[in-house]
Design a protein around this ligand. Structure first.
Ligand code: NAP
Length: 295
């Protein structure tokens, strides 16, 4: 077995993502010699103790990060500023501070100003997830064959970035580096807009009259069901994503709205070629995704 990458790995947040990293770390022992976890509520802390995926559980985030070589924030991105204010004075000199947040510009905005000298910030976003949340929802293989995007600022300590890269490689992920702005645009189209559409379509169906609504639920299998799976996601996480990737989401939504209007116009005027072209493009993308083993 490879030497553990870190002596002490600290995870702030023990939901789907934090819990999955911790389970992976405990299962193989090659990420860290010790895994310390902190979460917001006593209920989650108790559950982490019961599930046994941490070596130590701390109520206080400040206490949890003490002496850790690597600290990973696994909380909703809207909580970063407050969490950082609490932990910053307690981070060990030379430590790596990373995260798993779904937005990256906001993460750098909220963490960098409080970053102590000698602590290396390497933001990360594992492009892996499910619609489930909380300490019971995680599993050790969540990140296998999934991309993880790193967005270190230019000039970030190369060794720190290499360690974060290696950590995710050991979790079975493929790693890409890009700047935070590019990341936020990419995820706005591949993740945030699809969620916005799913939440909206469920809302639209919910607004329909009682009789139609019952039929919608009864015959949901034909497409609507897939939207309800996405729409079943965590409220706080998605509230924070939309509020913290505002510009990119609004840009993609504007483009999508234009394209959807064009589709509607083609239907209205019976423009068969346009409709066929759109469906074929959708099928092509699906096929490519399957070929890339990301379906
Ligand atoms: P989760 O299952 O809901 O877990 C969130 C954790 O954060 C819990 O331990 C919770 O503690 C803690 N927390 C919540 N609000 C907090 C606050 N205001 N202050 C301090 N701690 C707080 O969420 P998750 O799915 O693991 O998401 C965590 C991060 O990963 C988010 O930034 C999200 O954007 C990112 N991410 C999620 C996915 C996904 O598909 N879910 C994929 C990639 C990245 P309590 O349980 O004690 O409340």
């Amino acid at each position: 077995m490879a030497e553990p990458l870190f002596d002490r790995l600290c995870l702030i947040g023990a939901g789907l993502i934090g819990g999955s990293i911790a389970r992976r770390a405990k299962e193989r022992g090659d990420l860290a010699r010790e895994v310390v976890i902190s979460a917001r509520t006593g209920k989650t802390l108790d559950r982490v103790r019961e599930l046994g995926f941490a070596d130590r559980v701390e109520e206080s985030a400040a206490k949890a990060v003490e002496g850790a070589d690597c600290v990973i924030l696994c909380v909703p991105v809207g909580a970063y500023a407050a969490v950082m204010a609490e932990i910053a004075p307690h981070l060990k000199p030379g430590a790596i501070l990373s995260d798993v947040g779904s937005t990256k510009g906001s993460v750098i905005r909220d963490l960098e100003p409080l970053l102590p000298a000698g602590v290396h910030l390497v933001p990360a976003h594992p492009m892996a997830g499910t619609e489930f949340s909380g300490p019971d929802s995680g599993f050790a293989t969540l990140f296998e064959n999934r991309y993880v995007i790193l967005t270190p600022a230019p000039g970030t300590d190369a060794e720190a970035t290499a360690k974060v890269r290696e950590m995710w490689a050991r979790c079975g992920s493929m790693i890409e580096c890009m700047d935070a702005t590019t990341h936020d645009k990419v995820v706005a189209i591949v993740s945030h807009l699809p969620h916005l559409i799913a939440f909206t379509i469920c809302g639209t169906a919910d607004d329909l009259s009682e009789e139609t609504r019952e039929s919608v639920l009864k015959f949901a299998a034909s497409g609507f069901r897939d939207f309800t799976r996405i729409a079943g996601s965590d409220v706080a996480m998605w509230r924070d994503v939309f509020l913290n990737n505002r510009a990119a989401v609004l840009e993609m939504l504007a483009r999508f709205t234009e394209d959807a209007q064009a589709f509607g116009r083609a239907i209205r005027w019976g423009e068969e070629d346009f409709i066929v072209d759109r469906i074929q493009r959708g099928r092509k993308i699906r096929k490519e995704l399957i070929e890339h083993k990301q379906a």
